[in-house]
Design a protein around this ligand. Sequence first.
Ligand SMILES: Nc1ncnc2c1ncn2[C@@H]1O[C@H](COP(=O)(O)OP(=O)(O)OP(=O)(O)O)[C@@H](O)[C@H]1O
Ligand SMILES: [Mg+2]
Length: 415
Amino acid sequence: MAESKDDLYHHELKTLLKFSTLINSSLKIETVLDNAMNCAEEFINAEASTIYEKDEEKGDLFIRLARGEKKEPIKNIRVKLGEGIAGHVVKTGTPMVINDVKKEKRFSNRLDLLIGFKTRSLVCVPLFIRGKAMGAIQVLNKKSGENFNEQDIEILTSLSQLIAVAIENARLYERLEHDYELTNQDLKSARERLIRTERAAAMGQLVNSVAHEIRNPIMVIGGFARRLKTRFMHDPDAYNYTEIILGETARLERLVKQVGRLAEVQGADLKKGSITTVIDRILKAFKTTAEKQGVIIRLSVDKALPVIDLDESQIYTALSNIFENALESMINGGELSLTVKSLENHVIIEVTDTGTGIEDEEIATLYDPFVTSKKTGAGLGLTMVQQIVMNHCGEIKVSSRKNEGTDIEIRLPVN
Ligand SMILES: Nc1ncnc2c1ncn2[C@@H]1O[C@H](COP(=O)(O)OP(=O)(O)OP(=O)(O)O)[C@@H](O)[C@H]1O
Ligand SMILES: [Mg+2]
């Protein structure tokens, strides 16, 4: 019995309602589309259906969903914009109904041959996302063998709007998930950085108070050892022992002085200043040592660097520590590059060397006081550098590969 117009509207409305419920039933796009197209096929009484989506980067179409018995082989097929029926529909943004594909020259049986399907008739409507045709829905062969009619186009057009929303939602959700993952990673590394910085600062303070306490006893020991030395002129063994005591106390005095320097940089006197002036001073100070060691210095400094709030003498201290380390790692020559540029409201200072490099597992403790691989080093250089960078509300990052070299990047905020 033929359906009345009222019955048809009722049926259409029910399909749309069912459809919009399905669209919101899951955030997994494949599930949503599969359910939705199942519903469309049922309404139109069709044998199979396909959803094409535009790949914005590549500019062509790919098959987002293929429903029907032999859908899998065509999932990887790509269609150029303007090619075939779907390509034409997306390019022009207008639907197409073909009731006999043999009479349509745009129709290509490439996919039919691939999967052993026989398309007789089809209806294809564009999918609009924010006013742009971003894909197409194609429904194939009415099971009854009848022609596709106006009603079928109407319902597919309505469905296409809901599908477009579902695709857009899924894309937003995917982007959200991706951003969430990135934010999580950022937070994790910021927390690790904070813990490291705080630990180094706490250790610095402890070291400073110990140094303060031992300064006087060292001077007393040194003073008396010097007096004893004059008395042991004729006792070579005792003379040697006092020499050792004096050597060691001198070493301790140096250490206490270095710790004192670390204490001096606990706070900073920030004024509007120029990084370029500091760079010039550093280059002058290290030129001769670099030449003697056969180290070539390469320089790249942006011409228009912004004026920033800085403590010039502290930045000088930080850069000389970094330069010292770099040169000490290139005893047999190499290359030291200094790049200074402004980027995203920051001044970036990057020092790269081609020296001995640092083992991965050593990088995490590099800023801790007394971490050193050198016989005469105090292991306070980078502790001081980190403190200075912190005083400027900046960030420091060390990346290194053993036997290849080290890269130290300091980011100082402009404001
Ligand atoms: N550019 C670099 N190349 C290779 N290793 C480095 C470099 N910079 C730092 N290091 C490693 O990090 C350690 C710590 O450096 P830091 O400057 O804090 O102390 P130090 O140079 O050993 O002693 P100090 O600077 O107090 O005289 C060094 O001993 C070295 O092993
Ligand atoms: Mg050092």
